[in-house]
Structure formats: structure tokens, C-alpha cells
Write a protein that binds this ligand. Structure first.
Ligand code: FPP
Length: 247
């Protein structure tokens, strides 16, 4: 029985989020520059998107660039942006052929204009696709997302549109980037780091976390299947008891 066959298709996570980490170390192990790792990371991006679509996962969110990543050496940032532009450009047809919709979350306006343009173009071209949504987190910071949400709610209160006492979880949800996206059920981080690193802090309140030592460029389809199988072996109780969940 292959790993893929061990996956229970009736218990698939609707939304998988991934912190793609370890490109730099992967390149270093091979005596190459960091950008070499990012270039090879693109293959894992393709593998993850393809396997999620094939299985029937509805949303895949990839942490491609955090606001903190702007502090990296200029050369690496430029190479990453170029890689993003060329990958998005090259893969738009594949996304359409596979009925995959592209979306992006983050401070998108802070991206270089060529990157922003290419991204918007691909989002527009794939907007009617239905099989799966691929969400790229770009120039993303979860704390910033929450700060912006709070500002926007405060403005609504000041304008008399809502009453402060009426603010509830749904008010927050309506004001964050992911308002139309369900919370991830499984969050994977590669490369042996056990941190969330400012990613989907609100959205991952009940998310199952999966950490693997595998570096992102080595995270192929089989590694993703392993993560899903592990997820399916867990009991998600949302604060209730095991007995309550069986009722
Ligand atoms: C983390 O590895 C990876 C990134 C910051 C970038 C991820 C980008 C890609 C895989 C390229 C293209 C992406 C798309 C969506 C087309 P790291 O550099 O932090 O590695 P390290 O921790 O070993 O230094």
C-alpha cells in the first residue's frame, strides 16, 4: 500500500498552511548560495500544490515572504522577487489547466511593482477556478494584519457604524485578510524549527501543528502525505473531552 493510499479522503484537512523553511541551509549543505535553495524550493511548491489539488484539499496557503524577510541582504530579496515573478508568470497556465485559483495575503502594495503586477494578473486570470485555492502569503505579518484589523474596526466604531460592545470574533474575522478563507486545520513547518514566526496567529487557534526536519527543497509529495496521515491520526477536541467528541 502506498503512502497516498493510506490517506482517508473523507478526513482530509480543508485547508493546509505551510511555513516553507530551510532553503538556505539546503543550499549551504550543497556548497551553493542561498538563492540556489530558493530555486529548488519552487519544485516543492509545485509538488505541494499538485498533491493538494489531486487529493481534494480545498485551500493551500504558503508562507512565501514575511515582512521580516525584507531585512535580508538586498541581493537575496531581489532574487526571491524575481523568482516569484517568473514562477507566477510561468505557472498561471498550469493553475488554469488544473482549475486552481490564486490568491494572496499580506501587504501586497509593498512588493516591487513588477511582482505586484504579475501577481494581480495571475489572480485575475484564475479567479473563476473552483477546484482549489492557492494562497500566497507575501510580505505577510500576522501581527500587522491584526493591527490593521483593529484600526479598521476602531474607525467603524468612531463613525458610528458599529457599537464597541457588539465587537465579537466575527467582527475580527471580517477585517483580516483571510475573511473568505476557512482556518487552516493543519500547519506544517519544515526544517526542524518549532515556531509559528508571525504566521496566521488568529487563524491557527485550533490548528494541528506538524513539524518536520526535512528542508523545504526536499519536501516532496511523499512528505506531504506523511504529514496528512499524521494529522488524520490525531483527535481534534476543540476544548471538549474525548467522550463528548464520540457522541
Ligand atoms: C525559507 O527558507 C524560504 C523562503 C523565505 C522563501 C520561500 C520561497 C520559495 C520556495 C520560492 C518561490 C515561492 C513561490 C510561492 C513561487 P530560508 O531562506 O529561511 O532557509 P534557511 O532557514 O535555511 O536560511
Amino acid at each position: 500500500m502506498s503512502l497516498k493510499d493510506k490517506i482517508d479522503l473523507n478526513k482530509l484537512p480543508t485547508h493546509i498552511a505551510i511555513i516553507m523553511d530551510g532553503n538556505g541551509r539546503w543550499a549551504k549543505q550543497k556548497g551553493k548560495i542561498r538563492v540556489f535553495g530558493h530555486q529548488h524550493g519552487v519544485k516543492s511548491v509545485r509538488d505541494a500544490a499538485e498533491s493538494c489539488a489531486e487529493l481534494g484539499v480545498k485551500y493551500l496557503t504558503l508562507y512565501a515572504f514575511s515582512t521580516e524577510n525584507w531585512n535580508r541582504p538586498k541581493l537575496e530579496i531581489n532574487a526571491l522577487m524575481e523568482l516569484l515573478v517568473s514562477t507566477i508568470n510561468k505557472e498561471t497556465k498550469t493553475l488554469n489547466d488544473n482549475d486552481i485559483k490564486l490568491e494572496a495575503i499580506g501587504d501586497l502594495k509593498s512588493l516591487p511593482s513588477s511582482c505586484y503586477r504579475e501577481l494581480m494578473n495571475a489572480i485575475e486570470k484564475t479567479k473563476n477556478n473552483k477546484r482549489m485555492t492557492l494562497v500566497l502569503a507575501l510580505s505577510y505579518s500576522s501581527r500587522m494584519e491584526l493591527v490593521e484589523a483593529m484600526k479598521s474596526i476602531a474607525k467603524d466604531v468612531a463613525a458610528g457604524k458599529i457599537n464597541a460592545d457588539e465587537i465579537d470574533e466575527n467582527t475580527i474575522i471580517q477585517n483580516i485578510y483571510t475573511k473568505d478563507i476557512p482556518d487552516p486545520e493543519l500547519l506544517i513547518r519544515t526544517s526542524g524549527e518549532h515556531r509559528i514566526s508571525n504566521f496566521l496567529l488568529w487563524q491557527s487557534a485550533y490548528t494541528e501543528l506538524y513539524f518536520t526536519d526535512t528542508l523545504w527543497p526536499d519536501f516532496g509529495k511523499e512528505k506531504l502525505y506523511e504529514a496528512i496521515i499524521d494529522f488524520q491520526s490525531r483527535e481534534r477536541r476543540f476544548g471538549m473531552t474525548s467522550e463528548q467528541m464520540k457522541r
